[in-house]
Design a protein around this ligand. Structure first.
Ligand SMILES: [Zn+2]
Length: 414
């Protein structure tokens, strides 16, 4: 049985988290492996899997081999979900491309434009910019789901500790290899850093500097992205102000934009979501106002659990995700990206030998019943075990005897 936290670099077995925390200690080894072997190995499976060795800013680091993500163990940091379990697979091949040097994403909004037309005005409905499969560009929701999925934040393993600090670090680590419409993603995306007493002043300065970089010539609009947890929406004279966790500066949006946000992402703003301690993570496309404020041109909002920031599509899914977490289950929440009508399982258990999905049956609309019928037929065809839950019923028993895999995780010390 492999180990999901061990890699082999130039013949040496190394803990991946040690290499990530202290890349300087492993530089020589990584350089040797890159020159002699051309790659490193992940040891999460009995059969080692190749890893790309990248060199950036005098640091070496490891990345998954293009196309081999689904081969890694579900608990491995290099694992990517099966194409059948992600909205990413529904884009055209050119929308998100993994290469040995990184990932390139074609974003559907211009980051620079020479007209005064706002981005949100160009899109009639937020979230409704889905054109089914084969979409050639990635929208804001798609990009938000990409960030979450690529950092494996839509998965959960028992014993995991995850807070905004680990999320910002995980995403920050990964976006360095990523280009968005030809621009380095880390230059156009500001992930709000965790607020800690020692870094507060520097964080604020970094935010101001990021917004200030959007100052351009009079006839040009520059845009960039901010990722943060939306904690409050307050009315202002001109619309609304968005308050983000860990950030003393607010983002400002027009009333019509906020109305569209409420229509497109209603479940994230529902009272039931608050009752079940749901959080709202937002990816904001911002511009700089003449007075230097960050104004929102467009946004995508994702409802997540209060603990673990696991994406959920409804308050009932929040209840199920929390129940799975309390039952010490390892699971995946498939995310749709921009393909909001894509049929995906609500949750997939990743600690079972038999493929097992969890469905939270909800609405009884015609569209919903159609999707439910598709899902049930597909699970029967593929021999997938289905645990269904109607929210008016008590929760099903989610605890099972631990699998050999989770036993082995627990028995390995550092
Ligand atoms: Zn692996």
């Amino acid at each position: 049985m492999g180990r999901a936290d061990l890699v082999r670099v130039a013949g040496h077995r190394i803990r991946l988290d040690a290499m990530r925390a202290h890349p300087e200690r492993y530089g020589r080894l990584a350089a040797t492996a890159k020159t002699i072997d051309g790659h490193a190995y992940c040891l999460c499976r009995p059969e080692p899997l190749r890893l790309v060795i990248r060199h950036r800013l005098d640091r070496y680091f490891l990345a998954r081999w293009p196309g081999e993500g689904p081969l890694h163990d579900p608990s491995c940091p290099f694992h990517q979900p099966d194409p059948a379990l992600t909205g990413r697979a529904a884009y055209a091949d050119t929308a998100i491309v993994d290469t040995p040097t990184g990932t390139t994403i074609r974003f559907d909004a211009p980051l620079t434009s020479s007209t005064a037309a706002s981005v949100s005005g160009a899109q009639d409905e937020l979230g409704a910019t889905t054109s089914g499969s084969g979409r050639r560009t990635v929208g804001l929701l798609g990009l938000l789901h990409y960030l979450w999925e690529d950092a494996r934040l839509n998965t959960w393993n028992p014993g995991k500790r995850r807070d905004w600090g680990t999320i910002a670090a995980d995403i920050g680590d990964r976006i360095h290899d990523c280009a968005l419409s030809g621009r380095p993603l880390h230059q156009v995306l500001h992930v709000i850093p965790p607020d800690r007493p020692g870094t507060r002043v520097a964080n604020l300065a970094a935010f101001d500097e990021f917004v200030d970089r959007l100052r351009g010539p009079r006839d040009q609009i520059r845009r960039a992205l901010v990722l943060g947890e939306l904690t409050a929406v307050t009315a202002t004279r001109y619309g609304v102000a968005y308050t983000l966790a860990h950030c003393p500066k607010r983002l400002f949006a027009s009333a019509p934009l906020h109305e569209r946000v409420l229509r497109s992402y209603g479940s994230a703003f529902s009272r039931a979501a608050s009752t079940h301690a749901g959080r709202r993570v937002g990816l904001f496309l911002i511009e700089r106002s003449p007075k230097g404020y960050a104004t929102v041109a467009d946004t995508a909002i994702m409802l997540t659990t209060g603990t673990g920031y696991i994406p959920c599509d409804s308050s009932h899914e929040l209840v199920m995700a929390d129940a799975l977490r309390h039952a010490d289950r390892a699971f995946l929440k498939p995310v749709r990206y921009d393909h909001v009508s894509l049929v995906l399982p609500d949750f997939v258990l990743t600690d079972t030998d038999i493929a097992t999905v969890i469905e939270v049956w909800g609405l009884d609309s015609e569209e919903y019943l159609r999707r439910k019928a598709i899902k049930i037929a597909e699970y029967e065809r593929s021999g997938t075990q289905l645990i269904g839950w109607c929210p008016e019923d008590p929760l099903p028993n989610l605890a099972v005897s631990t699998t050999p895999f989770s036993d082995s995780r627990k028995s390995h010390g550092p």
